[in-house]
Write a protein that binds this ligand. Structure first.
Ligand SMILES: Cc1cc2nc3c(=O)[nH]c(=O)nc-3n(C[C@H](O)[C@H](O)[C@H](O)COP(=O)(O)O)c2cc1C
Ligand SMILES: CC(C)CC(=O)C(=O)O
Length: 410
């Protein structure tokens, strides 16, 4: 129940919206972290459009419907989620707060919200899963060219009770994030890319979509020992797991990799693809037996100029035609936006940066605040639009408004 319904004061009078949370968080982060978290690729136009795309739609509220009992919950991986909102996987939460992903997952448990853990987390997947039995956790996977490391990670996730693997498919190469490059980002000590510490002699990471000259020189020297030639002239990285040696994988493809991944994950964990942006790829996902799709452009951090996720959503929903679930992320900052994404056919949404801002602002408490703001806004939107169950939210509740203000029904 939202605070207004209980006649209570909100938790933090200084922070009543995600926009306010972003401002508070900006003051709690150092420049390198703020730049890394907030930036998009290139000019950042896709990052911006992910949010502004929502204003092309307006809600058609229905009235006199008795909205005194509202159920915002949905079922995901056999568990009840309090709202159709999850925490999107994002790398290195310890940059925001020393408690890192452990604080985030505790907040998720408290809020009854699913969490996606990045492979590049600063807490191990076991630490995050500890005490979370039954809670919907998924592991985001960068499938390494070096299969053995990915295989081991998948086995560990299975053992720890993760429900699904989200294979990130929009990073054949890393997008160009200019502030990251300019800042010559380094994961500060003592933090580590925790999941790979045991099988890696080092895990400090310097990143950037395109590697600066000085780094390229360093890399040239290390690659002779940190990799092997695959016989087709391609270098396969094997050394310490770092951002730009291991996260991107230009060889990923539908035929070879999805069936391999399904074999590794089956039967305990589902295989989802994260980063679908077209109907064509949604069809291929269904054909290859993927369990679900996340419509995503990586929060505008990969291909700048790509379609905003809300704009891509309808064709993907149409292509999936109810055969597999379709989730969406990117630019979601308000409960009304959650409502609009669901009305356009998404089954569930994931939220990235706002959670990091919450973590930076007040650790676990800040993530709880972030999730409560979004949940309360979503619940209120449902009531004011005249819906009492999540399944009620359909395109009947939306109109599209074009640049000249012309309104059309969907
Ligand atoms: C700082 C940061 C790190 C991220 N790290 C990952 C990652 O490790 N793996 C991944 O698949 N997506 C990653 N993402 C993308 C998110 O999962 C998600 O797609 C995106 O943040 C959604 O957009 P939003 O931030 O506007 O909500 C990252 C996003 C951010 C902002
Ligand atoms: C490349 C990763 C390690 C992190 C990521 O996906 C991101 O920064 O967007």
């Amino acid at each position: 129940m939202a605070f207004q319904e209980k006649g209570e004061k909100p938790d933090d009078l200084n922070c009543l919206t995600i926009a306010e949370l972003e401002k508070h968080a900006a003051l709690c982060m150092d420049k390198q972290t703020r730049d890394y978290y907030n930036e998009g690729a290139d000019s950042g136009s896709t990052l911006l459009e992910n949010s502004t795309a929502y204003s092309k739609y307006r809600i058609r509220p229905r009235v006199l419907r008795d909205v005194s009992l509202i159920d915002t919950s949905v079922s995901v991986w056999g568990a009840r989620n309090s709202v159709p909102i999850g925490v999107a996987p994002s790398a290195m939460h310890c940059l925001a707060h020393p408690d890192g992903e452990v604080a985030t997952v505790k907040a998720c448990k408290e809020a009854g919200v699913a969490m996606g853990l990045s492979s590049f987390s600063t807490s191990t997947l076991e630490e995050v899963a500890s005490g979370m039995e039954g809670h919907p956790l998924v592991l985001q996977l960068y499938l390494f060219e070096e299969r053995e490391r990915s295989r081991k990670l998948i086995q560990r996730a299975k053992k720890s009770g993760y429900k699904a693997v989200f294979l990130t498919v929009d990073t054949p190469m890393l997008g160009r994030r200019n502030n990251e490059i300019r800042n010559q980002f380094k994961l500060p000590k003592p933090y580590k890319i925790a999941n790979f510490v045991e099988d890696s002699s080092a895990s400090e990471t310097v990143m950037g979509g395109s590697t600066p000259k000085s780094e390229q020189e360093k890399e040239k020297k290390s690659t002779s020992t940190n990799g092997y030639n695959d016989g087709k002239g391609r270098h396969v990285p094997t050394g310490p797991v770092t951002f730009h040696t291991h996260a991107p994988n230009p060889t990923l493809n539908w035929e070879r990799d999805i069936s391999w991944l399904k074999e590794q994950c089956s039967p305990e964990m589902e295989v989802w693809v994260k980063g679908i942006a077209t109907a064509e790829d949604a069809h291929l996902a269904v054909q290859h037996g993927v369990d679900g799709i996340i419509v995503s452009n990586h929060g505008g951090r990969q291909l700048n100029g790509a379609t905003a996720t809300l704009d891509a959503l309808p064709e993907i929903v149409e292509a999936a035609r109810g055969r597999i679930p379709v989730h969406v992320d990117g630019g979601i900052r308000q409960g009304t936006q959650v409502f609009k994404a669901l009305a356009l056919g998404a089954d569930f949404v994931w939220v990235g940066r706002p959670v990091l801002w919450g973590l930076a602002y007040k650790g676990q408490e800040g993530v709880e605040l972030c999730l409560r703001l979004l949940s309360d806004e979503f619940r209120l939107c449902m009531a004011l639009a005249g819906t009492v169950k999540v399944e009620d939210i359909t395109k009947e509740y939306l109109v599209k408004i074009d640049k000249s203000g012309f309104i059309s029904r969907l």
